[in-house]
Design a protein around this ligand. Structure first.
Ligand SMILES: *[C@@H]1O[C@H](CO)[C@@H](O)[C@H](O)[C@H]1NC(C)=O
Ligand SMILES: *[C@@H]1O[C@H](CO)[C@@H](O)[C@H](O)[C@H]1NC(C)=O
Ligand SMILES: *[C@@H]1O[C@H](CO)[C@@H](O)[C@H](O)[C@H]1NC(C)=O
Ligand SMILES: *[C@@H]1O[C@H](CO)[C@@H](O)[C@H](O)[C@H]1NC(C)=O
Ligand SMILES: *[C@@H]1O[C@H](CO)[C@@H](O)[C@H](O)[C@H]1NC(C)=O
Ligand SMILES: *[C@@H]1O[C@H](CO)[C@@H](O)[C@H](O)[C@H]1NC(C)=O
Ligand SMILES: *[C@@H]1O[C@H](CO)[C@@H](O)[C@H](O)[C@H]1NC(C)=O
Ligand SMILES: *[C@@H]1O[C@H](CO)[C@@H](O)[C@H](O)[C@H]1NC(C)=O
Ligand SMILES: *[C@@H]1O[C@H](CO)[C@@H](O)[C@H](O)[C@H]1NC(C)=O
Ligand SMILES: *[C@@H]1O[C@H](CO)[C@@H](O)[C@H](O)[C@H]1NC(C)=O
Ligand SMILES: *[C@@H]1O[C@H](CO)[C@@H](O)[C@H](O)[C@H]1NC(C)=O
Ligand SMILES: CC(=O)N[C@H]1CO[C@H](CO)[C@@H](O)[C@@H]1O
Length: 641
């Protein structure tokens, strides 16, 4: 029996349209009730011919930002300035009147701080820890704009980048209409972010998805089959992206018709009401299996897909992916294709390391006919493509023939954004054209034996930037020490600033505020490959992420929010020739890495929970200290690793 017939013969719980929708839910193909990006794909998951825009799409050089981005920035910078004014209304920098300073410089947006946030990969752990940070930075979170909190930093920022698990977070927020973490944490049956339902089994049948496991796989298989039948290469990542979408997007049929490019078409985004999302993925070099530091780093922004790296050095309109570009333009006999940039496929591409999760289906107790549906489609996928997303046609075919190793490739192999060890998506934020002043780098990497970060991601980005005339292509990054030093000095257990002294960097580079995952209220080092957890664990890790970002709401250091303010203002004040208030001097003394190296082997790194009982009074007594890597056993209230 042919698989299509086999799938069609599964007369199991047919799709939403056939089922009476519960109140408040609409069947598929009707604009959903929950606001989010736009369901603008021409034919669900299947890339399809569409009429070309007035000017046929082309690949452009990466020498400058797109006109889309520069136009959008003009709108956005007014909004972020106003958010920053609110932010400095509750975050005090000594007696300095930051509000007046902002007001004085508002006519020249280049003077105003340009803030980026980067959320690392690390599967669900990264999604949740990153969510805690975003929740802390979001002025819409309850009490986040009170003393000791950092609400409004998100609204003040220009860019938010995510890769792998961090891209799932971005997708959850942006495809769901820039929703809040609070809303994503809803406990009601059928809500998004029900991580108690393993992605292998699919969503609850009671919610908006209305699918049991069998229909879930049938739905996924049909979508991927449809793309294949339309003549596009498919890989395990297509299935993975579809599965992720069911878990992250609050839309019927797993948001099958939501494209990433639709973000740019929503009025809230066009009005500059929130920061620009950037999803990062890596390229696998032709003929190479290892993704090393010379791999190309791609970004998906709301308008485009491409890279600033010298290999390709170009961007293609995102909504036109799937079209057969040759040498940067679309031959007159080629159609424009739409719907290739399915939002689930984009976050699936950024997280291909995890698509192998699906291969564990055989270990579940799901009925065998469900497994058959899956195995059937799996057997038709090319095994060598198991760990990649295949972008076929390659939009950069014959583009930059003289320099691009991909110019002769008919397909691009795109992989997990963390495979080159740059597990924090800093790449788009250190591009000189973007002029970012400060990056809040949320690191949930599992570098050490017990899945804590040890600075590996920063080291990778720093080392790549040292090859500035090669793959680094003019980027610059602050000096960071080796991983042993990170652990020995405790730089991976508390916030650390890098690049404080801008005269000690090789080029213009942002100040980096490093926020490593560390256990405040719970052991947030869940294994990267944990597939499901209940809502309580989910919420604990999110809360822990909130504590990491706020240093337990300032109870670990009463000056923490002030110091964040100093970090934000530092580069701007240099530009305008202003002097930061004295309190910042102390902040920089406490938080800036001062060049000390301690590379001895730190031994096993095994921190324990810092705040056994969120007792602010007791915590207030704790001043930030240099933390030692030896386990301080038996400390009652907290132990600083
Ligand atoms: C998206 O959210 C904004 C702000 O909360 C709201 O005004 C808008 O109506 C929402 N859009 C949709 C389509 O629900
Ligand atoms: C991006 O800018 C180009 C050139 O101005 C324009 O044609 C295109 O419509 C813009 N894209 C979007 C999604 O707004
Ligand atoms: C705006 O500020 C930048 C950076 O301080 C400066 O280089 C530029 O000349 C200023 N532009 C105007 C119009 O003042
Ligand atoms: C919210 O903030 C107010 C004012 O600071 C405080 O009194 C209250 O306890 C806070 N509520 C919670 C749940 O933290
Ligand atoms: C990338 O680096 C590897 C190992 O150093 C090298 O073998 C390979 O040729 C490089 N690839 C490209 C495209 O530069
Ligand atoms: C699962 O088991 C079936 C039957 O034993 C086998 O044919 C299939 O290849 C297995 N699938 C995977 C992904 O291991
Ligand atoms: C840091 O992480 C890297 C990458 O996982 C690992 O190889 C190394 O052993 C770790 N070093 C320390 C000191 O934790
Ligand atoms: C910090 O604030 C968050 C959110 O208001 C709260 O859940 C948490 O318990 C607070 N933590 C401490 C240590 O006060
Ligand atoms: C904040 O820093 C200033 C300057 O170093 C210091 O005088 C003050 O005691 C600190 N406040 C807290 C709450 O730690
Ligand atoms: C630099 O930091 C180290 C610990 O990280 C500290 O021991 C040393 O005193 C600091 N040096 C200066 C000059 O502040
Ligand atoms: C200053 O720059 C040098 C050379 O890049 C570097 O080795 C050193 O660690 C930097 N110091 C700091 C504090 O970043
Ligand atoms: C600053 C810099 O080195 N930019 C280079 C990046 O790569 C492109 C393509 O190779 C070059 O044209 C730029 O000069």
């Amino acid at each position: 029996m042919k698989s299509g017939a086999f799938i069609a013969s599964l007369a199991l719980g047919l799709l939403p349209a056939a089922i009476a929708a519960p109140p408040g839910f609409e069947p598929a193909n009707v604009v959903p009730v929950f606001g989010r990006a736009l369901p603008d794909a021409p034919d669900g998951y299947v890339p399809t011919k569409v009429s070309c825009p007035g000017t046929r799409p082309t690949v452009r050089s990466a020498a400058k930002l797109s006109s889309n981005e520069t136009d959008w920035l003009k709108t956005r910078r007014d909004k972020s300035l106003s958010a920053m004014t609110d932010f400095f209304g509750h975050v005090k920098v000594g007696d300095y009147d930051v509000t007046s300073w902002l007001d004085k410089h508002k006519s020249n947006s280049s003077d105003i701080p340009n803030i980026g946030i980067a959320v690392s990969g690390g599967g669900y752990r990264a999604l949740m820890n990153g969510a805690g940070a975003i929740k802390a930075f979001d002025s819409r979170t309850y009490n986040a704009t009170t003393d000791g909190h950092l609400g409004g930093l998100l609204q003040s920022s220009t860019y938010v980048a995510g890769l792998s698990g961090g891209s799932w977070l971005l997708g959850s927020i942006y495809i769901n209409n820039f929703t809040t973490i609070d809303k994503l944490q809803t406990h009601s049956n059928g809500a998004v972010w029900q991580f108690g339902n393993s992605i292998l089994e699919g969503p609850d049948t009671g919610g908006i998805q209305l699918l049991d496991s069998a229909s879930y796989y049938k739905d996924i298989a049909e979508a991927v089959e449809g793309k294949k039948k339309a003549g596009f290469d498919t890989s395990l990542t297509d299935m993975w992206g579809r599965a992720l979408a069911f878990q992250m997007f609050n839309a019927s049929e797993g948001g099958v018709d939501y494209t990433w490019s639709s973000i740019a078409k929503t009025s809230d985004f066009q009005d500059g009401n929130y920061p620009m999302p950037l999803v990062v993925a890596d390229g696998r070099n032709p003929g190479e299996l290892v993704v090393g530091s010379n791999s190309t780093v791609y970004e998906f922004n709301p308008w485009e897909f491409g890279t600033f790296d010298p290999t390709i050095f170009g961007f293609v309109p995102l909504e036109s992916l799937g079209s057969r570009f040759v040498g940067g333009s679309l031959p007159s006999n080629e159609s424009c294709i739409g719907g290739y940039d399915n939002a689930g496929f984009v976050i699936g591409t950024s997280s291909t390391l995890f698509n192998q999760f699906l291969l564990q289906l055989n270990t579940t107790s799901l009925p065998s006919f469900v497994k058959n549906v899956f195995n059937d489609i799996l057997n038709k996928l090319d095994k060598s493509d198991d760990d990649i997303a295949s972008y076929d046609p390659n939009p950069f075919y014959h583009y930059n023939n003289h320099s691009s190793p991909y110019a002769q490739q008919t397909a691009l192999d795109v992989v997990d954004g963390g495979e080159d060890l740059q597990n924090i998506p800093l790449h788009p934020l250190i591009q000189p054209e973007r002029h970012v002043d400060v990056i809040f780098a949320v690191d949930s990497s599992a570098d050490t034996t017990y899945s804590w970060p040890n600075g590996t991601a920063l080291v990778a980005t720093y080392e790549r930037s040292l090859n500035s005339s090669g793959i680094g292509n003019g980027t610059s990054f602050p000096a960071v020490p080796d991983q042993n030093t990170f652990v020995n000095l405790g730089l991976n257990t508390r916030p650390t600033f890098f690049g404080c002294n801008s005269s000690n960097t090789t080029g213009a580079t942002p100040l980096v505020v490093y926020l490593p995952n560390t256990p405040y209220t719970t052991l947030s080092n869940e294994s990267t490959f944990t597939l499901s957890r209940d809502d309580a664990v989910r919420d604990d890790i999110i809360n822990n992420g909130y504590e990491v970002a706020t240093m337990a709401n300032g109870t670990r250091d009463g000056n923490w929010t002030t110091c964040v303010g100093c970090a934000i203002l530092s580069r701007s004040f240099e530009r305008t020739g202003d002097t930061l208030p004295d309190v910042c001097t102390q902040c920089f003394k406490n938080y800036c890495w001062n060049g000390t190296i301690d590379s001895k082997d730190p031994g096993v790194f095994e921190p324990s929970v810092l705040v056994k009982d969120a007792d602010s009074a007791a915590l207030a007594a704790i001043v930030p200290t240099v933390l030692s890597a030896t386990v301080a056993a038996g400390v009652a209230l907290f132990s600083l690793v």
